[in-house]
Design a binder for this molecule. Structure first.
Ligand code: HEC
Length: 410
């Protein structure tokens, strides 16, 4: 009897003791990094240093603790804490992981003993099926006379039947120079003829198209510099008409040099989908941002004149933007549609909600953008150049049958 009690007490002491032990690299930290960081932080990744072994990680322990506590790494523009939605495939650490990294760093980054099976990173995302590839016909080198070269290329998908885009993967030719790419549909022969005329009037491949595509066009897919692509929410897709052409808009910024680029987009298509989707924007265009201010706030309101289902959001500002929030308001209720706490130009992309959000006729959408202008010495206004500013929330939406689109562009 005594003997048994002694053993139990011994176990209790042991487990108490292990709870007080600091986390170790091999036991606790490596699996967190493998699932959340190594995707970019490996020897050939987009991040500047690898985080794949104890020797690589330990010298950065304090830094890693700081960036994870601030939630600037893993990079994500949208708050995924649940206070304002959660997103599919979000880059977001749980509180317990952040706490483990903090106490590991505080304890002096102990290594612990290597497990028999080191943690594996999830395989890189790729489109599960490619039905169509649209590629720039030849490499294009941005103009040396422009800081920001927006170039539009007319691409012919050669579709013999109508189709819906249900997924895409971007293959950027020059990720260091491409600020974004957006593929647009041309919905009429007149729009195609106008685009062809713009193209013919300029030397070289494509035509210059600062800001928008100049011709009337409809958004299909878009990606920022760190984006690979996505599957659209199940049951939704973006229409591509048989025989119709597309325009690929590339935004090149030459701060890191000028190189030839030949970007391609892989598309996954379906012959039909239950809900046709559209991309529409809410924006605040009347921007006047005085220089030297740590916080300038701009707001715009838009009254909805239709019921809509929102499936995803892409917040967009340029380099002075720090925070963004969009809400849908009606008497007695406010629904948060997007909350950005640390905006980073490079981490833009569409994020799809885990649960779609229904907004209604009469709701007011409130868009608020916050900027830090301490780095600028002149007034900054709305514009398409990287040094200008924007305040936009793009939404991926579906509308009830026969309802006219409530936003501005169509
Ligand atoms: C989507 C790609 C991506 C993921 C995922 C990612 N990083 Fe990064 N990380 C980067 C890039 C790119 C930079 C360089 C940023 C720059 O130069 O502005 C960076 C920079 C850093 C830095 C340097 C500090 C800084 O802000 O520049 C630290 C530390 C860091 N990452 C840690 C992490 C940790 C820890 C994780 C996982 C919890 C992680 N990163 C996940 C891409 C990524």
């Amino acid at each position: 009897m005594l003997f048994l009690i002694a053993i139990e007490a011994g176990y209790a002491e042991l487990s108490d003791h292990s709870e007080r032990d600091p986390p170790t690299y091999h036991q606790d930290i490596a699996p967190i990094l493998a699932s959340n960081c190594v995707e970019c932080h490996h020897s050939a990744g987009v991040a500047p240093f690898p985080l794949t072994s104890y020797d690589e990680v330990a010298p950065y322990a304090e830094w890693i603790a700081a960036v994870t506590a601030e939630r600037t790494m893993p990079p994500s523009n949208l708050d995924n804490s649940g206070t304002c939605n959660t997103y599919v495939d979000a880059r977001w650490l749980g509180e317990a992981d952040i706490a483990a990294i903090a106490s590991w760093a505080q304890a002096g980054a102990p290594a612990g003993s290597p497990p028999d099976d080191p943690p594996e990173s999830p395989p890189a995302w790729t489109l599960d099926r490619v039905d169509l590839t649209l590629a720039m016909p030849e490499p294009y080198t941005p103009s040396e006379t422009l800081d920001d070269d927006y170039r539009c290329f007319i691409l012919d998908p050669g579709l013999t039947e109508d189709a819906f885009v249900t997924g895409f993967e971007v293959r950027l030719g020059q990720s260091g120079m491409v600020h974004h790419m957006t593929l647009f549909a041309l919905d009429s022969a007149e729009d195609e003829a106008f685009a062809a005329e713009l193209d013919a009037n300029e030397d070289g491949s494509g035509y210059s198209c600062l800001g928008d595509t100049i011709v009337s066009s409809r958004w299909l897919v878009g990606a920022g510099p760190s984006d690979r692509g996505a599957l659209m929410p199940a049951g939704t897709g973006l229409f591509m008409g048989a025989g119709r052409k597309t325009v690929l808009q590339m935004h090149y910024n030459r701060v890191h040099g000028t190189f030839p680029d030949q970007t391609a987009v892989d598309l996954k298509l379906e012959a039909s989908v239950p809900h046709e989707a559209f991309v529409e924007q809410v924006d605040a265009t009347d921007l006047e941002l005085p220089p030297g201010m740590p916080e300038v706030v701009e707001t715009d309101l838009l009254k909805l004149d239709a019921d809509l289902t929102l499936w995803g959001v892409w917040p967009h500002m340029h380099t002075l933007g720090t925070k963004l929030r969009v809400t849908a308001e009606r008497p007695g209720s406010e629904t948060c549609l997007a909350q950005v706490n640390h905006y980073e130009f490079h981490w833009q992309r569409f994020a799809f909600y885990e649960e779609p959000i229904h907004v209604r006729y009469g709701d007011t959408l409130r868009l608020t953008c916050t900027y830090d202008t301490t780095s600028s010495d002149t007034m900054t206004n709305w514009g398409s150049g990287t040094a200008d500013e924007m305040c936009i929330a793009f939404f991926y939406i579906t509308v009830p049958e026969g309802v006219p689109l409530p936003f501005t562009n169509r």
